[in-house]
Design a protein around this ligand. Structure first.
Ligand code: IMP
Ligand code: MG
Length: 338
């Protein structure tokens, strides 16, 4: 073991979360190519669904490295509630995974019961997940928060803050929920774009691949004027909710659905620096058999999935200079040719 980092790969969401990042990160972690899998921001507001050998697992805070025996780090810009962390530990332990591989930055902030209560009282109307996220970050930035290193219980899980070898960073939520880039105040309280991953403590020039996760249609859970309520009256979009099972992993809420907004996707690809884009849930559109995107603020229809894909590819190749690979996926467990 030495203390040199070879490279950093990052997986981030390009939409509003729920873009199948869990599937991508899990597959990358499975390759055996990484020494660490690290989560850089957020808390139990996230929900990753991962299928391993046909079994379905759900995690909220603990990185997917745990499923493949890779040390899994919860970074300094994450927020963590002891009770929900304990629950997740037990769930993973009972499922047969080695929870000793989980380490938490001593600098991560602690979500208290007070934060959760405040979240329910003040932010639920904004559609928050009620996990105490905004009040915890508020205390962090007011410099009155409690860090993990100050709580005795966390002692066993403290990370020595060292990284080496090959690093995989696991994004939570999506680009348009980022505190700086999203539709403020309809955002989360942390950095969801790859620039946030540098808070883990690696030099930015070591970033190699950025895997951007998107779905072939847009979804949004929680309040956002960009996704008006009347979308729920569109029967084509409703059929996507049903076929795509668009209900939140963390809150069980129904997600609002709209056609893939390519104008927004181009922006999120270019600002995140996505090199490899993975567009999931293609099969859902095929079942519904309606092929539409929003481009230049207009809805465009296609006759087939092939026609739609080739249109998307042409536009991305034209306007996204950092993209090296465009992949489509219709499988919950694997992305082919990742
Ligand atoms: P908070 O992060 O709980 O404060 O919620 C802020 C906004 O981000 C709400 O609209 C949530 O629905 C949304 N949000 C937070 N985490 C996720 C996620 O993992 N997936 C999708 N939406 C999320
Ligand atoms: Mg999710």
């Amino acid at each position: 073991m030495n203390n040199k980092i070879n490279f950093v790969d990052i997986c981030c969401g390009l939409n509003w979360g729920d873009e199948a990042k869990g599937k991508i990160i899990s597959q990358l972690a499975k390759s055996g190519n990484y020494d660490f899998v690290c989560r850089w921001a957020g808390g139990s507001n996230a929900g990753h669904t991962v299928y391993i050998n046909g079994n379905k697992y759900k995690t909220h805070l603990i990185p997917c490295g745990i499923f493949y025996n890779v040390p899994s780090i919860i970074g300094p810009d994450c927020v963590i509630n002891i009770d929900s962390f304990k629950k997740e530990l037990e769930y993973l332990k009972d499922s047969g995974f080695n929870i000793d591989l989980i380490k938490i930055s001593p600098k991560a902030h602690v979500v208290t019961d007070k934060h959760i209560k405040k979240d329910i009282d003040c932010y639920k109307s904004l559609g928050s997940t009620s996990n105490g996220i905004a009040p915890c970050y508020r205390d962090k930035y007011a410099r009155i928060g409690t860090q993990v290193k100050d709580i005795e219980w966390f002692k066993h899980y403290l990370w020595d803050e060292k990284l080496y070898g090959n690093i995989l960073c696991e994004g939570a939520q999506g680009f348009w929920l980022d505190i700086n880039y999203g539709n403020y105040p309809y955002v989360t309280s942390s950095t969801t774009a790859p620039y946030g991953a540098c808070s883990l403590g690696f030099p930015p020039q070591l970033i190699r691949n950025i895997y951007g996760a998107s779905k072939i249609y847009d979804t949004r859970v929680g309040l956002d004027p960009i996704f008006p309520e009347n979308l729920l009256q569109n029967k084509d979009l409703l059929s996507i909710i049903q076929e795509g099972n668009e209900f939140g992993t963390t809150t069980g809420r129904m997600r609002k659905v709209n056609w893939l907004n390519l104008d927004k996707l181009i922006q999120s690809i270019n600002i995140t620096g996505t090199t490899n884009i993975i567009i999931s849930k293609v099969d859902v559109l095929e079942i519904v058999n309606i092929y539409k995107i929003i481009y230049n603020n207009e809805v465009i229809s296609f006759n087939s999935i092939e026609e739609m894909k080739s249109h998307i590819n042409n536009i991305l190749e034209l306007y996204c200079p950092y993209i090296k690979k465009i992949l489509y996926s219709n499988n919950v467990e694997v992305v082919e040719n990742l």
